[in-house]
Design a protein around this ligand. Structure first.
Ligand code: IMP
Ligand code: MG
Length: 186
C-alpha cells in the first residue's frame, strides 16, 4: 500500500525536544512516571524519555482496542498492567495518538483510581476531528487531519512500526469510522 510522508524524522525530533523541555519545566520535583501505552507509543516513549533531563521512571501498560481494524472496536481492556504502584507519584501517560478518545478516557479512569499525585497525557499525534470522548491532552506533538497514519511506532495490522517518519497509508479502503452508537465503556 502506498505511503506518503506526513511528518519527517527531523520534525519529530525537534518537536519532542520541545515537549521534553516543557515537561522539565512543569514537573520540578517528585517522582515522575512515564507510562508507555504498548505498542504504538514505544518509540515516542523512548525518545521523549531521553528529551527529559529530570529523573523519570519508565513503565509499560498494554491496552487492546483495535485488533486488526482501522477503527476502534469500542472495547478497551488492560492486557498488561503496570509493574509498580503509582500512588502519590506524578504520572504522565505516553500515547502515540488520540483518535476517538475512547482508549484514553478508559485509561485515565483506571489510573486515577490508584491515587497518583497528578495524572496527565502526552500524545505524539492528535486527530481532533475524530473525537467521540473529550480528552484533556496536556502535551500534543502534532495535530493531524483525519487520515490513517503509520510509522514511528504506529501500525496497520502490525506493519510499518519501524518507519522513521509518520506516513499516511493511502489505499482504496473506505475511511475508518467510529461513529456507531454501540460503543460501551466499562
Ligand atoms: P482511540 O481510542 O480511538 O483514541 O484510539 C487510540 C488508539 O488507536 C491509538 O493508541 C492507536 O493505537 C490507534 N490509532 C488511532 N488512529 C490511528 C492511526 O491513524 N494509525 C494507527 N493507529 C491508530
Ligand atoms: Mg496505541
Amino acid at each position: 500500500m502506498p505511503l506518503r510522508s506526513l511528518i519527517s524524522e527531523q520534525q519529530i525530533r525537534e518537536r519532542i525536544a520541545e515537549m521534553g523541555a516543557a515537561i522539565d519545566r512543569d514537573y520540578p520535583e517528585g517522582i515522575l512516571y512515564l507510562i508507555c501505552i504498548l505498542k504504538g507509543a514505544t518509540i515516542f516513549h523512548a525518545d521523549l524519555a531521553r528529551a527529559i533531563k529530570r529523573d523519570a521512571f519508565l513503565d509499560f501498560m498494554g491496552i487492546s482496542s483495535y485488533g486488526l481494524e482501522k477503527s476502534t472496536s469500542g472495547q478497551v481492556q488492560v492486557t498488561k498492567d503496570l509493574d509498580i504502584s503509582i500512588e502519590g507519584a506524578h504520572v504522565l501517560i505516553v500515547e502515540d495518538i488520540v483518535d476517538s478518545g475512547v482508549t484514553l478516557t478508559y485509561l485515565t479512569r483506571v489510573l486515577a483510581q490508584r491515587n497518583p499525585k497528578s495524572l496527565a497525557i502526552a500524545a505524539l499525534l492528535d486527530k481532533p476531528d475524530r473525537r467521540l470522548r473529550p480528552v484533556d491532552v496536556k502535551y500534543v506533538g502534532f495535530k493531524i487531519p483525519d487520515e490513517f497514519v503509520v510509522g514511528y511506532g504506529l501500525d496497520y495490522a502490525q506493519r510499518y512500526r519501524n518507519l522513521r517518519d509518520v506516513c499516511v497509508l493511502e489505499d482504496a479502503d473506505t475511511p475508518a469510522t467510529t461513529s456507531d452508537a454501540s460503543i460501551q465503556l466499562t
